[in-house]
Ligand binder design. Structure first.
Ligand SMILES: [Zn+2]
Length: 173
């Protein structure tokens, strides 16, 4: 069961009670392929491959009882507190343009969710002039780093770890 996007990730249908960050592929929902599943956390829908957002369809399925309710991998990661990406921002430019930078980050999340609802920001925190963002998907962390570099300049570095499943992005200006 592979999708074009994954790299060497394995999906074991018997393992879905284990921690989502190590045992499941973000793009494969639980449940039998072909059956509609809906996530009560974020209202995403899936029939076995990718998840998508469609509020009207979600409401219809809830009312008709035609879909199984299962939390999507992003909602599970948020619940369990296991991010797949982290972006750390620092530098004097950040301090002076905080609002603008936050807007860029939120916009990028909205854009990413439009194509893949599993790409979400989990947390956003600030300590000693530094901004830390965690994401449910490593690709969103990558997108945020790229977008900040494009919009504000500065220096961005990417570091993969945990068998390429976790991406740490640092942006500084
Ligand atoms: Zn969800």
């Amino acid at each position: 069961m592979k999708t074009p996007i994954i790299r060497r990730k394995r999906y074991n249908p018997g393992s879905f009670k284990k921690k989502v960050d190590t045992q499941t592929d973000s793009y494969l929902p639980k449940g039998a392929p072909g059956k509609m599943v809906i996530c009560p956390g974020c209202h995403a829908l899936s029939t076995g491959k990718r998840w998508r957002l469609d509020e009207a369809a979600y409401a219809k399925h809830v009312q008709a009882g035609t879909a199984r309710q299962v939390f999507c991998p992003a909602c599970e990661k948020i619940r369990d507190g296991y991010p797949s990406g982290q972006v750390t921002l620092k530098g004097p430019f950040l301090a002076e343009h905080r609002e603008e930078i936050l807007r860029i980050i939120k916009n990028e999340e909205q854009r990413a969710r439009g194509t893949n609802p599993l790409q979400r920001i989990m947390s956003l925190s600030q300590k000693s002039g530094q901004l830390d963002i965690t994401t449910t998907d490593e690709k969103l962390a990558q997108r945020i780093g790229r977008e900040l570099r494009k919009a504000c300049g500065g220096r961005v570095t990417y570091g993969w770890s945990h068998n390429d499943k976790f991406l740490r992005v640092q942006w500084e200006r």
